[in-house]
Design a protein. Structure first.
Length: 154
């Protein structure tokens, strides 16, 4: 999870929401990614989707059955679907996402018993305090910045 946190820090440096992800195979990091929605101007440029795309290209296959994912924030519905479709073995996530988390917070996508071609194991709350604090600090800074713009007439 520490490698995923380092990726999230890269996202912060770009002004992106601090979400980082790594895919691990045989105990070694295979690919790294972080959120790039603003940078790419693309709604699907979430850290998890980018990591899956990188791994598939590198491996030359869409099946990531021997991979585990570490991500700093509970995956959303879109990312959870991509995780299922790519057949990732297990997801470890840091902070829970009460507004859009699709693993346990708002939905229970990995535990739906019908309609999925693959069952994903998961564990949440890994370095939860650190991952949550990054998100809190990021959004606090945005609110402070936006409040300053409103006061100055922007």
């Amino acid at each position: 999870m520490l490698a995923a946190i380092r990726e999230a820090e890269k996202a912060i440096d770009l002004g992106e929401c601090p979400i980082g992800c790594v895919l691990v195979k045989d105990g070694k990091i295979y690919v790294r990614s972080h959120n790039l929605r603003l940078t790419r101007g693309n709604a699907i440029a979430h850290a998890e989707v980018i990591a899956i795309d990188k791994a598939c290209r590198k491996l030359g296959d869409w099946r990531l059955e021997d991979f585990d994912m570490y991500v700093t924030l509970e995956p959303c519905t879109m990312c959870s679907g991509a995780i299922i479709q790519s057949r990732i073995r297990k997801v470890y996530f840091g902070a829970y996402e009460p507004k859009s988390g699709a693993v346990v917070s708002c939905n229970d996508i990995f535990n739906v018993s019908h309609g999925h071609n693959h069952k994903v194991e998961f564990e949440g709350g890994i370095l939860e305090k650190e991952c949550s604090q990054m998100m809190l600090d990021f959004f606090r800074a945005i609110r402070k910045r936006d409040a300053g713009k409103k006061r100055s007439g922007y």
